[in-house]
Design a protein. Structure first.
Length: 386
């Protein structure tokens, strides 16, 4: 059954031009590949580290940057500004995947010979403890676990500004056939000139939208909050406004998002960055779970796994992500999401969300009649995440 957006006489006051102005500006950054593949993998990585290769548009959009690299490992950082916040007022779990993905991919690239490309086939993340709040930087250190002629396996540790481990992930990359020697590749020979773009700072450096008055404080059930956003009564989360994601439909157990495949989302190869696809799919799956929650239910992302099925060209067409709840009980919900680009399915995701009941439904200490013995209370530790 196709999903339809909630209808209302209230107009959607969040016009695209109001929140997506930076995405309509000329794209900043550059595409380094396939030319950079003329170098051995470790030299490719060093070219990014020293600035001899341009940062891709998605890095100029979000602020992710390489901070260290060697044979078999790579580290990246991302500012945990208010731009990175999801609907619960903390860093969106999908943002952790945006950072983790590039650290693992680059670690695999670093051990490959010249002219041998690779692509991410699968990415898994486990989220640990409380989600990070805004402030400081997030860092991800990726390292190679195994590489052969067909695949590369890497892992990553993501830490917040207090050096607290907030996520762990693994990634499987498909190692592709070498680029034929007859194909001429010309790697960069010197550092590019200083950026000549005009129009102010990069998007992630601009003033983010105000936070603190949105969904987490609204005394409504999850589905009502989603429908209020559809009607324009509640603002879109900052990460949605930065990337161009938009909630377009919600019903109990299902939710749908769209995202233009903007040139701003290009990675080093010129296609839409896989970390952004995981962010989109995670948003749809999380909203589907939220649509089943009564007011006061605690939602905490536990894990996600995404499979990337084909590269996505940055052609401006809409990506459509639909999330569906597959299982829900008192303690957890499992949801899936798929992303379509036109008629092509480009990624699928499955994730687990821990649930904690609203305060009114939590068990309290009781006395067992007839025995006079107090029962041990059941402890619930609610937490909020996007």
């Amino acid at each position: 059954m196709p999903m339809t957006a909630a209808t209302s006489s209230t107009p959607n006051v969040l016009a695209p031009t109001a929140s997506l102005g930076h995405l309509r500006e000329p794209v900043r950054g550059g595409v380094a590949y396939p030319a950079l593949a003329a170098l051995p993998g470790v030299d490719q990585v060093r070219a990014f580290l020293v600035g001899a290769a341009p940062a891709p548009p998605v890095a100029r959009l979000t602020g992710r940057r390489i901070i260290d690299a060697s044979f078999g490992s790579a580290s990246y950082a991302l500012p945990a500004s208010d731009w990175m916040l999801g609907p619960q007022g903390v860093v969106h779990p999908g943002v952790l995947a945006v950072l983790a993905h590039i650290a693992m991919f680059t670690a695999v690239v670093s051990v490959l010979p010249a002219r041998v490309p690779c692509t991410t086939a699968e990415l898994s993340m486990t989220f640990l403890g409380e989600p990070p709040p805004a402030g400081g930087e997030l860092t991800a250190r990726g390292r190679v676990v195994h590489v052969d002629s067909e695949m590369g396996l890497a892992e990553v540790h993501v830490r917040d500004s207090r050096d607290r481990l907030v996520a762990h992930g693994t990634s499987r990359c498909s190692v592709l056939r070498p680029i034929d020697e007859s194909t001429e590749l010309a790697p960069p020979g010197q550092s590019p000139a200083a950026d000549s773009e005009s129009g102010g700072p990069d998007p992630y450096l601009r003033t983010p939208p105000a936070v603190g008055s949105g969904r987490p404080q609204e005394p409504r059930a999850g589905l009502e909050l989603l429908r209020a956003q559809l009607r324009g009564e509640l603002p879109r989360p900052p990460i949605d406004q930065l990337t161009g994601m938009r909630l377009v439909a919600a019903e109990r157990g299902r939710a749908a998002f769209t995202l233009p495949a903007s040139p701003w989302l290009r990675n080093e190869w010129g296609t839409v960055y896989g970390g952004i696809l995981m962010l989109l799919a995670k948003s749809a799956a999380a909203a589907a779970v939220q649509s089943t929650a009564v007011h006061g239910t605690g939602l905490s992302a536990r894990d996600v796994k995404a499979n990337f099925l084909r590269p996505v060209p940055a052609d401006g067409r809409e990506l459509h992500a639909t999330g569906t709840v597959l299982h829900r009980d008192k303690h957890q919900a499992i949801a899936t999401a798929e992303i379509l680009h036109g008629d092509d399915r480009v990624a699928v995701l499955t994730g687990t969300t821990a649930l904690s009941p609203p305060p009114s439904a939590r068990p309290t200490r009781r006395t067992r009649r007839g025995f006079g013995a107090a029962l041990r209370p059941q402890l619930w530790t609610p937490s909020a995440t996007a």
